[in-house]
Write a protein that binds this ligand. Sequence first.
Ligand code: ZN
Length: 242
Amino acid sequence: MLKNKILLLKKGTAMNFLKDIFNLFFPDICLCCHKHLTKNETTICLTCRHDLPLTYFSLEEDNLVEKSFYGRIPVENATALFYFLKKGKVQQLIHQLKYNKQQQVGTFIGNWLGAEMAESNRFKKLDCIIPVPLHQKKIKLRGYNQVTAFGESLAKKLTIKYDETILVKVSSTKTQTKKIRFDRWKDVQELFKVQHNSSLVNKHVLLIDDIITTGATLEACCKALSKIEGLKISIACMAYTK
Ligand SMILES: [Zn+2]
């Protein structure tokens, strides 16, 4: 018994030693400031983590995300973990997630927001998480939907299901950043379609996306989802643009 324990301990020490050697040559770097991470840091360093602009919207009723949907679509509760500022650390992080194949960023943000939402009484009665879908062409190009890892880790923290088969995108649009909100809404509203919806009658879903700016895409998704009888919708995003 004791001999086995000593052997296991030795094996563990040897593994840690190998890990340390590996890290010496290929150190993990902070995805914000590019400094080497210490043993206790993952994804970003403690200094950058401390600098990220948290909103605490999960705990706040009538927060800015919720207000942005007033008079547009019925949303039960809504939240976003960070404020999104141009050239800020949140932009850097989400850029790494979207264009540099760093899916760990999604997990990192999902775990953080999930813990915050689990503490709040406002997100207790959710049944399922549904992501804003990407068009198949874009998934092929990027290799993944940037909200998948975020959604999966949120689902784990909130102990509910994650399902990306319910809402689909039917055709892609050109970049329309210069158009005003109304025109953009008009262009995207018919692009989302709900499939296998019978399981969601009278349920409460959490619709998720990366950054919320005008909310036009989320609004279009909600319009598509609202065809399901008795469905309630809440929203969670990684970041919110003021
Ligand atoms: Zn850093």
